[in-house]
Ligand binder design. Structure first.
Ligand code: AKB
Length: 342
């Protein structure tokens, strides 16, 4: 008998931490955690099984197929936008071939189970590419279908994987003698920059805000790699987890599309610097701009329009800017790094 699980790839990453903790606390179905690195010891008791392995390893995926009945896949594994620019072809392999491998696993599971397996895919603000700062300042919050002209390998990968999800959901092998009867129940969120009070991201370009906060809370100085006026939208981790679970639980017939923007507040590096200095007065924030990373942030819109998600599945974040800093980030960081704070 195959064991019933939900599969989380990239389980050891920031979103994986939040998602596993939430699902385990809510006592939902067993989690099969997959990551290239060993799962954090704090998460181990929360999962049914943790496997160290690569989403590019077909033999491992065949093993998962034979051992498990997978009711949903949260495919979180990816190389983020800054890291991907150093090794674009390797990033393409992980981000695109890895996603195809998981979509293929989902289609085989759907065929075997006799219904469409859910495939929850976090995409990103990185799929957007606004042409210049003048345009960025002038345009209204960007809807899903505008400015889909990414300038990073990661953004290109995410945009293409959104299309692959659409293909596997409705068009996979439609010309075959026996066309795929079920497809995959593909659902995708486009996240803004994410901020967790518990984990520090690595390899992203929206990292300037979480890095600033975590450094300040430890009493360390921080040199921002973007200009003070750099602005993009953000969301705190509890809202990111909430949006993933809400989208996953919404009845298919309520969804008018496969891909949804979600967002909370837009804030500049300078504004975060001021909030951080008020909360942790001994900190020092300076600016040592990396033109390449600045260019990536400049290409991302200042605001995203998430009205489709609000309409279709009543999405709204619990944490606006004030609540994010005052009720989640600063108190949790103080507790987390308590011994550093004077
Ligand atoms: C990154 O900076 O690459 C990610 C993202 C915005 O998707 N945090």
């Amino acid at each position: 008998m195959r064991k019933k699980v939900i599969l989380i790839t990239g389980a050891n990453g920031e979103v994986g931490h939040g998602l596993i903790t939430h699902i385990a606390n809510a006592n939902r179905s067993g989690i099969l955690a997959l990551d290239i690195k060993e799962l954090d010891s704090s998460l181990q008791p929360m999962v049914k099984r943790a496997i160290v392995g690569d989403i590019l390893d077909n033999r491992l995926l065949e093993y998962l197929m034979s051992e498990y009945e997978i009711s949903a896949i949260y495919h979180l594994a990816a190389l983020l936008s800054t890291r991907a620019e150093f090794t674009p072809e390797a990033a393409h392999k992980v981000n695109v071939q890895g996603t195809i491998n998981l979509l293929h696993l989902a289609i085989e599971q759907s065929r075997w189970q006799g219904n469409a397996v859910k495939f929850i895919f976090p995409s990103s603000i990185a799929v957007f590419g606004v042409p210049d700062l003048k345009t960025k300042a002038a345009i209204p919050p960007v809807t899903e279908d505008l400015y889909n002209m990414p300038i990073t390998m990661y953004g290109c990968n995410k945009l293409y994987c959104e299309h692959l999800g659409r293909y596997y959901a409705a068009h996979y092998r439609q010309l075959a003698a026996t066309p795929e009867p079920y497809g995959v129940d593909f659902r995708c969120l486009r996240f803004p920059g994410l901020i967790s009070a518990h984990t520090i991201p690595s390899g992203g370009t929206s990292d300037f805000v979480p890095e600033m906060l975590h450094a300040a809370a430890q009493g360390k100085p921080y040199a921002s790699f973007v200009r003070p006026d750099a602005i993009i939208p953000f969301m705190v981790m509890p809202d990111a987890i909430k949006s993933l679970l809400m989208l996953s639980e919404t009845p298919r017939e309520n969804l008018s599309r496969l891909i949804y923007n979600v967002t909370s507040f837009s804030v500049s590096a300078e504004a975060v610097g001021q909030i951080v200095k008020t909360a942790f007065p001994t900190t020092s924030i300076t600016y040592n701009v990396d033109d390449k990373r600045q260019g990536i942030v400049d290409s991302w819109p200042a605001e995203m329009d998430d009205s489709r998600a609000r309409q279709d599945w009543s999405w709204q974040p619990d944490y606006d800017q004030r609540r994010s800093f005052e009720e989640y980030l600063i108190p949790t960081l103080r507790k987390h790094y308590g011994h550093w704070v004077i």
